[in-house]
Design a binder for this molecule. Structure first.
Ligand code: IVH
Length: 666
């Protein structure tokens, strides 16, 4: 009986894996979803009765992990490089010329779709999926194993007990993306702008249960560690990866000539919309691995492959109006108001026109038909005007001479293109300054968005940032769409912001030229608002990365009585005026691979003495000890290392040779 049951369990697992593969990899399911669900329920029931039979690779165990507090870091043994890109066929011919110069004329390429998702790395040990990581900065990524386990296209076990690291793209199929946004719309949640953002957001979930609901998928296209003995071409590698049941995109083709490469590009430019997943270009790779090695790579990217990026999608709309707004610094910017159009997955209604010169250069007139595209597929811009479609009724536009908010005359400062309102009492400047003060990188007051600030300001409940700290329950409950709960939360958030470290306040004050980074550097260097406000131009510029413009602006700011009294008022409200962040040393070490690590040096180093090496590690936050034990994180082994090295191997501790050590010190 038990034997029959365990036999059924095995066949259920095999069937479920097969159906997942058909559905997620081949996009060609042989059974309806209900059949999959029925078999899954049967498997769950058997495993419930026999918990001792549950194995980590069972299809029921994809969502096994608990929510994490944070992702841990993963070092890529072989760095994950990035890819050079080109935007035209001419540039592709240049690439081809460079390749042929190095390897001669006998070149075959493989063309692949450039999947619009996130680069990931998958490690299998003895055929079991043990580690999934993001690319991160190419050297260090994040451990997202539990999230990747939920991706059904990814086998948890390979048919052979292989040790391999394969790489590819995790993406959200268009179907999943639409369903996700539909659900979010129903729940009143913000929508994802495109499948790539949705995939990124889903992979960065600390709770794998959420990732599991997001229906991601994967295509693999390269390998880190792989037994390449019999593999001599990229195409062969793809076939090998596929033969292990790993998902490989079926559209890749070998191309013997550049004409074939261009035909491939044309064919998929046309088919792009019909594919069930998003692509943003075509990757062209040299097929022969011997030639790949000959071409090598730069620090950033391999010389044997290149990405041809599709041109940004362009659509036509009508310029209904040009609105002018005044920003925090008084700069007056024109914005195009457009008839809403879909561009690259989102609805575009407005596009910044930056300044008057741009309007003149493009000769934009209200009523014009204009071409719109998204720069970097994110920020909408007006490309040009279809002058041939003009009816003659279009109206030329000129910038106002006076501030649309306070009526004072606008000026052009020095060589600037922008017109500015320089009235410090201009309501627009004050309102935008308040919005900036509460924003995420400044005081980060949750629940105080643009709309609430504008209402509070218009009702004269706040005039400057200090007034935020006098707001009462009664003030806030009278605002539109503010209930008891949100008012209480908001008051808490305001109270909490008093404890922010100095750099947030400093950035929030909106002092000219002092961005978030400069604010952090200054807060770290001077530690208190008092010391900073007393600093001279010389003392300020003595700080690394603080230039004359910033120093002048700070000294001017702190010399003005109105700002001195504003700071005194904030102090009286109980705002913290000190730097509370980590000290500069800890920050410098935060990215160091030695930080917080216990390191053992063994054997003879060529380039450094033992004590120099020790000093280098300690100055980067590491701790050097004499003997290898289970608590050792890293062993650096020079020439003729003996028993310590052996012990490190036995304990499976990370081992570096001198070369790797020196590289890290650089
Ligand atoms: S090969 C050296 N092949 O595009 C990097 N990349 O813009 C090796 N991508 O980081 C990349 N589809 O995340 C390769 N068929 C494909 C790809 C692909 C998408 C991504 C990948 C890479 C990015 C570069």
């Amino acid at each position: 009986m038990a034997e029959q049951l365990s036999e059924r369990l095995r066949s259920l697992r095999a069937l479920l894996d097969q159906y997942s593969y058909e559905y997620y990899v081949e996009d060609n399911p042989s059974v309806p979803d209900s059949e999959y669900d029925r078999l899954m329920q049967e498997l769950i029931a058997i495993e419930k009765a026999h918990p001792e039979w549950i194995t980590p690779d069972s299809p029921t165990q994809r969502v096994g992990g608990r929510p994490l507090k944070a992702f841990s870091k993963v070092t890529h043994e072989i760095p994950m490089l990035s890819l050079g890109d080109v935007f035209s066929k001419e540039e592709l011919l240049d690439f081809d010329r460079r390749v042929r110069q190095t390897v001669g004329n006998d070149v075959t390429y493989v063309c692949e779709l450039k999947i619009d998702g996130l680069a990931i790395s998958l490690t299998y040990e003895k055929g079991q999926f043990v580690l999934g990581a993001t690319r991160g900065d190419g050297t260090t990524g994040e451990d997202i194993t539990n999230n990747l386990r939920t991706v059904r296209a990814l086998p948890l076990t390979l048919p052979e007990p292989l040790n391999i690291e394969v790489r590819g793209e995790c993406y959200m199929p268009k179907r999943s993306f639409e369903k996700l946004n539909e659900d979010r719309r129903k729940n009143g949640e913000p929508l994802f702008a495109n499948p790539r953002n949705a995939a990124a957001g889903s992979l960065r979930q600390l709770d794998p249960k959420i990732t599991a609901r997001r229906r991601l998928s994967i295509f693999l296209y390269s390998a880190g560690t792989f037994d390449r003995e019999k593999i001599t071409t990229h195409y062969g590698l793809l076939e090998a990866i596929k033969s292990y049941g790993l998902p490989v995109n079926p559209e890749s083709r070998r191309c013997a000539t550049m004409q074939e490469v261009f035909d491939y590009i044309d064919a998929y430019t046309a088919k792009r919309d019909a594919l069930p997943y998003g692509i943003d270009g075509i990757v062209v790779k040299v097929d022969s691995m011997a030639q790949q090695a000959q071409l090598g790579h730069t620090v950033k990217s391999p010389r044997w492959m290149i990405a041809y990026k599709f041109p940004a999608e362009e659509v036509v709309s009508t310029l209904e109006d040009i609105e002018v707004s005044v920003g925090r610094t008084g700069a007056v910017t024109p914005t195009a108001v457009l008839t809403p159009v879909q561009v690259a997955g989102t609805t575009v209604r407005r596009a910044s026109l930056h300044n008057e010169d741009l309007i003149r250069e493009k000769d934009l007139r209200i009523g014009d038909r204009v071409v719109i595209r998204k720069a970097g597929d994110i920020i909408p811009e007006v490309v040009n005007v279809l002058t041939e479609q003009r009816s003659g009724n279009e109206k030329p536009f000129s910038m106002p001479t006076h501030c649309p908010e306070c009526g004072s005359e606008l000026v052009r400062l020095d060589e600037e293109v922008a017109l500015r309102c320089i009235n410090p009492k201009c309501p627009a400047l004050i309102r935008e300054g308040l919005i900036h003060f509460v924003s995420r990188n400044a005081m980060n007051i949750d629940g105080l968005g643009e709309k609430v600030i504008t209402q509070l300001f218009e009702k004269h409940l706040i005039h400057d940032v200090a007034d935020l700290y006098s707001l009462t329950y009664n003030d806030l409950i009278s605002m539109e769409r503010m209930g008891d709960k949100s008012v209480t939360n908001l008051l808490h958030a305001i109270e909490r912001s008093k404890q922010n470290s100095l750099e947030r306040l400093l950035f929030g004050l909106g002092i000219r030229f002092i961005g978030a980074k400069a604010a952090r550097i200054l807060a770290m260097a001077f530690r208190t608002m008092d010391d900073l406000s007393r600093a001279s131009v010389e003392e300020l510029t003595a700080v690394d990365e603080i230039g004359d413009k910033m120093a002048d602006s700070l000294v001017t700011y702190f010399s003005k009585p109105e700002f001195q009294s504003l700071i005194a008022e904030l102090k009286a409200h109980g705002l913290n005026m000190n730097y509370l962040g980590p000290d500069p040393e800890t920050i410098a070490n935060a990215d160091s691979p030695f930080n917080g690590k216990t390191v053992v040096l063994t054997g003879k180093l060529e380039q450094l003495t033992r004590s120099q090496a020790k000093k280098e590690i300690e100055s980067r936050g590491g701790n050097v000890t004499g003997s290898v034990s289970a608590s050792t994180d890293l062993v650096i082994a020079g020439e003729a290392a003996g028993s310590k090295l052996k012990k490190a191997r036995d304990l499976n501790i990370e081992i570096w040779d001198e070369g790797r050590f020196l590289e890290t010190l650089r």
